[in-house]
Design a protein around this ligand. Structure first.
Ligand code: CAA
Length: 241
C-alpha cells in the first residue's frame, strides 16, 4: 500500500503542485483547504486527490481532520505543512488581527498539524515532515514582520523537532521558496514586484510551483533519510543562506 501524505493548503498554489507531484510519485495524498470550496472541488475532479476542509489555526479542527484522514486513507506518514497566508503591512500600520491571523495560520499550525500525527510516526518508526517556510523568514521583508516572524519560527520548530525524532526514523526539513508565480505573490502590486523583487533574483524570473514541489518529493523519499533539520532554498539565487 502506498504511503499517505497530507498537504495543508494543498489545493491551490504551491500546495497544489506539491499534492500533484506526490501523487505522481506514488503517494496517496490528502489535500487540506481552508475555505475555497469551488477551487477544492475542481482540484479534486481534475486530479482525483482527496480534499478535506479545515482551519489549520485550530488545534481541535486539525486533530479531528487528521483523525478522519487516517480513518479514510490510513496512517499519515508524510506531512507537508504548506498552508500559509499573507497580511502585509508595515508594523506601524499593522492591526492586531493581521499579526495574529498570520502567526496562527503560518506558525501555530505547525503545532496543530504535527502534534496529532507525531506519536503515530514515532510508534511506526517512520515519518517525513516537510515545512514550507519562505525566503522572507530567512532574510526579513519590509511589510512582513508577521509573516517573517512566523516563517522564521517554522525553521526553529523544524530544527528542534528534527532532533527530537531523529532516532525514530522521522526526518523534519524545511523548504524555503523565494518568489513563486502564485496568487499570493501576484497579489503584490506589479510595480513592487518589478522594482523591488525581480531585480534581486539572479535567475531573472519568478519561480514555478513545480520547482518547489520537486524539492518536497525528494525530501519525502527514502533516499533523503540522512537529511534532517535542513533548510533547502529554492529562490533563484535571491538569498544565499
Ligand atoms: N524597502 C524599503 N522601503 C520600502 C519598501 C521596501 N521593500 N517598500 C516600501 N517602502 C517604502 C516606500 O518607498 C515608501 O517610502 P516613502 O514614504 O518615502 O515614499 C514607504 O515605504 C511606504 O510605502 P508604501 O506606500 O508601499 O506603503 P504601504 O503602507 O501602502 O504598503 C506594503 C506597504 C504593504 C508593505 C507594500 O509595500 C507591499 O505590498 N510590499 C510588498 C511586500 C512583499 O514583498 N510581500 C511578499 C508577499 S509574497 C510572499 O510573502 C510569498 C513569499 O514567501 C516570498
Amino acid at each position: 500500500m502506498s504511503r499517505v501524505a497530507v498537504v495543508s493548503g494543498g489545493s491551490r498554489g504551491i500546495g497544489a503542485a506539491i499534492s500533484k507531484a506526490l501523487k505522481a510519485a506514488g503517494y496517496t495524498v490528502a489535500a487540506t483547504y481552508a475555505g475555497n470550496d469551488a477551487v477544492a472541488a475542481a482540484f479534486k475532479d481534475a486530479t482525483g486527490i482527496a480534499v478535506y476542509k479545515w482551519d489549520v489555526s485550530s488545534f481541535e479542527a486539525c486533530s479531528e481532520g487528521l483523525r478522519q484522514v487516517e480513518a479514510d486513507l490510513g496512517p499519515v506518514e508524510i506531512l507537508v505543512n504548506n498552508a500559509g497566508i499573507t497580511k502585509d503591512a508595515a508594523l506601524h500600520k499593522m492591526k492586531p488581527e493581521q499579526w495574529y491571523d498570520v502567526i496562527n495560520t503560518n506558525l501555530n499550525s505547525l503545532f496543530n498539524m504535527t502534534r496529532p500525527v507525531i506519536e503515530g510516526m514515532r510508534n511506526r518508526g517512520f515519518g517525513r515532515i516537510i515545512n514550507i517556510s519562505s525566503i522572507n523568514g530567512q532574510k526579513g521583508q519590509f511589510g512582513q514582520t508577521n509573516y517573517a516572524a512566523a516563517k522564521s519560527g517554522d525553521i526553529g520548530f523544524s530544527k528542534a523537532l528534527a532532533q527530537e525524532n531523529a532516532n525514530k526514523g522521522i526526518t523534519v526539513n524545511v523548504v524555503c521558496p523565494g518568489y513563486i508565480a502564485t496568487e499570493m505573490v501576484l497579489a503584490v502590486p506589479p510595480e513592487i514586484i518589478a522594482k523591488n523583487v525581480l531585480p534581486h533574483i539572479p535567475v531573472g524570473r519568478l519561480g514555478e510551483p513545480d520547482e518547489v514541489a520537486r524539492c518536497v518529493v525528494f525530501l519525502a523519499s527514502d533516499d533523503a533519510g540522512f537529511i534532517t533539520g535542513s533548510t533547502l532554498s529554492a529562490n533563484g539565487g535571491q538569498h544565499m543562506y
